[in-house]
Structures are given as structure tokens and as C-alpha cells.
Design a binder for this molecule. Structure first.
Ligand SMILES: Cc1cc2nc3c(=O)[nH]c(=O)nc-3n(C[C@H](O)[C@H](O)[C@H](O)COP(=O)(O)OP(=O)(O)OC[C@H]3O[C@@H](n4cnc5c(N)ncnc54)[C@H](O)[C@@H]3O)c2cc1C
Ligand code: FES
Length: 375
């Protein structure tokens, strides 16, 4: 009796009429599974209450909206699952020492918990840069977008030749090892190479050791110059890869990278907000050089030094504009500039239409004169 009822419920739940497709926006989702991937990495799987087909471009990310200690915080996480399995989506999170959200997720996020996510968005994806030969280069948790792309190509039987080169600290830090090896074992056009920075005595390691270099790359993928390259990992890793490729005259229009952000930006802003620094800054800059930022909705206003972001100005005025990536990728910090000129150095987190309507990303926009912002 119960079984029959459940069957009926599930069938109706997934009828096309009741199933929506995912579009960029704010969505309420529920955690349905937590998987321990490595000692400091977990995957969290989410579904929507009302069935949604989670279609997105493999490589894109979502921004989580969480309430931690009565404060709303935002953080972006790449979708590690593939849109070929569309009734749920996953993110894979590594604990960052001292990090607020990553540790909170590891310690608190469990099955049945609800939260809001924004997205999906992101220009780093394999749909917008189609190719029949790809090279995935990832370091650490930077594997997440590559995993989504690889799963997509695998599940859709794409005629794409994949070489996946992943670097980890030690063998026990390799994320998704079994998942990738399973795919590699089943199709001919998928090759995997793992590189470990080091391994402890007693650990068996048959792969490459050290850091990825040109000799290794030539051995792993002799035709790498003909491949579309997707790269994601820690900043020094990506810088080293870029230099390596530039030195061999790789066509950099075929090189795509995603940065998960650097800690210094977060710290820099917090430090600038500190009273001591602010006082020093004000002393060093004459009053005539300071620019005024007016926040129209709240009636607050503040003076800032040239080069300070609109987001930092808001913080000085005691206003909290939501922010996640801090690099002009995610769009969380979007506000409207009602008057005055700004310089915006974004990384794809805003559309041309939004820019035409006067919207700016406050985390990466600096005033060029006095401005008025709608906030
Ligand atoms: C597009 C995008 C995709 C991403 N995808 C992923 C993904 O797939 N998986 C993943 O794990 N991460 C991903 N990230 C990174 C993620 O968004 C978070 O930045 C990461 O989880 C750290 O957040 P946190 O809140 O734990 O750390 P935070 O609290 O932001 O802290 C980060 C670091 O700064 C230090 N810190 C903070 N404030 C101070 C201070 N005042 N003084 C000194 N030190 C300080 C902390 O100790 C910590 O080491 C992605 C980021 C972006 C932009
Ligand atoms: S916080 Fe992500 S674009 Fe500004």
C-alpha cells in the first residue's frame, strides 16, 4: 500500500508539467546527501522542493546564501556534478584553515537542511569553448569545474578527446580519484595523469611527483599545443601554468582559467577598514583628493581615497553590500550607480544590459569622481 503510494507520488513529481528548468536567480534548495571525498573535502548534493531540472553549463558555479551567527554570508562554489544528471546538483568544498563558510558547511550542513543558492553563472565552461581535444589542468580543489566538464563529456558520449592532469599535495588529497579512474577505464578517449607534490614514507605512489613542468606535460600530452586548455587551482599553480604555456607560444586564446579568489583581497579590505589604517590613509591624502560616495536609499555618505572600491566605501559607511567572490565573477555585489563615473574591472559577473542600465559590481568598481549609489 505504502509502496504503491510512493510510486504514484514519484511519477507525478517528475512529470514535465510539474518540473521546472533552472535559470539564473535565487532558488531554495535542500541538502539531500553529504559525501566525504577526502579527509578535508566534502561533497554536498542538493535538490529543490518543487522538482527542478538543474541545467547549467559544466564549469559554472552557484553562490550560497547562508545565515551564520545571525549574519547573512555569501560564498561561491563550482557545481561539481554534471547537468547530464539534472535532478540534483552538487558542490565540493575543501576546508580552508580559519575559513568561516567552508568549515561551517563541513561541520553543520547535513541532509534535509535548506538554504538559498544564486546562479548558475560563470563564463568558465566547456559549452562556450567547444573543442574536440581538451586538456584539463587542475590543482587541489580546483578540480571541481573539470570534474563537471569531464562527467558531462563522458555521460553524453561526446566525441571529445580528454586529457586530465590533476595535481595534489599527497595521494590522500586526490579528490574524485575513483570517479575519474572509473570513467577512464571505460572509454578510449580519456587519459588521466596524477601528480603528487610529495608522499609520506609507507605510502605507495606510482604517479608523477613534484610540480607539473614542461617535460611532464610533453610526456603526458605531446599534442598539448593543439588542445583547448581549462585550468583551475591555487593562484601560484595557475601562474606557473600560464608562464609555462606562454614560454612555448601556446595560443592563449585557447587557454581558459578560473580563480577561486585569493585571501589577500579579503584581508586587504578588512585591514583598510581598520581604524588605524583609515586614519593613516586620510592623513596621507589631502582632502581635495578624497571622493565622496553617497548612498541614496540609506542617506549615508562617506569620503574615500582614489582606488578604494565602492564596496569598501559602503563598509566604511556601516553598510553591508552582499559579497561573495570579491573579484567581479559572481554578481552578488551588484548595485546601481545613479550618478557619477566609476572604473569597473570585472571578470564577467555582469551583463552588458546591466551595465547599460547603470549597474556596477561594487567589489571591483572604484569611483573616478563623486558618485551616488542606490543602496
Ligand atoms: C567562482 C568561484 C568558485 C569556487 N568554487 C569552489 C569550489 O568548488 N570548492 C571550494 O572549496 N571552494 C570554492 N571557491 C572558494 C570559496 O568561495 C571560498 O572562498 C572558500 O570556501 C573559503 O571560504 P571561507 O568562508 O571558508 O573562508 P573565509 O572566511 O573567506 O577566509 C578565507 C581565508 O582567509 C583567512 N582570513 C579571513 N579573514 C582574515 C583576517 N581578517 N585576517 C587574517 N586572515 C583572514 C582565513 O583564515 C582563511 O584562511 C570558489 C570561489 C569562487 C569565486
Ligand atoms: S562579490 Fe562577486 S562580483 Fe562582487
Amino acid at each position: 500500500m505504502t509502496d504503491r503510494n510512493i510510486t504514484v507520488l514519484n511519477t507525478t513529481a517528475f512529470e514535465p508539467v510539474t518540473t521546472q528548468t533552472w535559470t539564473n536567480g535565487r532558488h531554495a534548495v535542500r541538502c539531500v546527501k553529504v559525501i566525504q571525498e577526502t579527509w578535508d573535502v566534502k561533497t554536498f548534493c542538493f535538490m529543490a522542493e518543487q522538482p527542478i531540472m538543474f541545467f547549467f553549463k559544466p564549469g559554472q558555479f552557484v553562490t550560497l546564501e547562508l545565515t551564520i551567527e545571525n549574519e547573512t554570508v555569501f560564498r561561491s562554489y563550482t557545481i561539481s556534478s554534471s547537468p547530464s544528471v539534472p535532478y540534483s546538483f552538487s558542490i565540493t568544498v575543501k576546508r580552508v584553515p580559519g575559513g568561516r563558510v567552508s568549515n561551517w558547511l563541513h561541520d553543520n550542513m547535513s541532509e534535509r537542511m535548506e538554504l538559498a543558492v544564486h546562479g548558475p553563472v560563470g563564463q568558465f565552461n566547456c559549452i562556450d569553448f567547444p573543442s574536440d581535444k581538451v586538456l584539463f589542468l587542475s590543482g587541489g580543489v580546483g578540480i571541481t569545474p573539470m570534474m563537471s566538464m569531464a562527467r558531462w563529456y563522458f555521460d553524453t558520449n561526446a566525441d571529445v578527446d580528454m586529457v586530465f592532469v590533476h595535481s595534489a599535495r599527497t595521494p590522500q588529497d586526490i579528490i574524485f580519484r575513483r570517479d575519474i579512474e572509473n570513467m577512464v577505464a571505460r572509454i578510449a578517449n580519456f587519459k588521466l595523469s596524477l601528480i603528487c607534490e610529495r608522499y609520506e614514507s609507507g605510502q605507495f605512489w606510482g604517479g608523477f611527483s613534484g610540480f607539473l613542468n614542461l617535460a611532464m606535460l610533453q610526456m603526458i600530452a605531446p599534442d598539448f599545443l593543439q588542445r583547448e586548455i581549462f585550468c583551475c587551482g591555487p593562484t601560484p599553480y595557475m601562474q606557473a601554468i600560464k608562464t609555462l604555456l606562454q614560454n612555448v607560444d601556446f595560443d592563449m586564446s585557447r587557454y581558459h582559467e578560473e580563480s577561486f579568489g585569493s585571501t589577500p583581497e579579503v584581508i586587504k579590505e578588512q585591514v583598510v577598514q581598520g581604524a588605524e589604517e583609515a586614519a593613516e590613509l586620510a592623513e596621507a591624502i589631502s582632502a581635495s583628493e578624497l571622493l565622496s560616495v553617497n548612498f541614496a536609499s540609506t542617506g549615508k555618505s562617506v569620503k574615500v581615497a582614489p582606488g578604494e572600491t565602492v564596496h569598501a566605501a559602503a563598509a566604511k559607511a556601516g553598510l553591508h553590500i552582499p559579497k561573495a567572490c570579491g573579484m567581479g565573477i559572481c554578481g552578488t555585489c551588484k548595485v546601481k550607480c545613479l550618478d557619477g563615473e566609476i572604473e569597473m574591472n570585472h571578470n564577467g559577473g555582469i551583463t552588458d544590459e546591466d551595465v547599460e542600465e547603470g549597474y556596477i559590481l561594487s567589489c571591483c568598481s572604484t569611483p573616478k569622481g563623486n558618485i551616488i549609489v542606490e543602496f
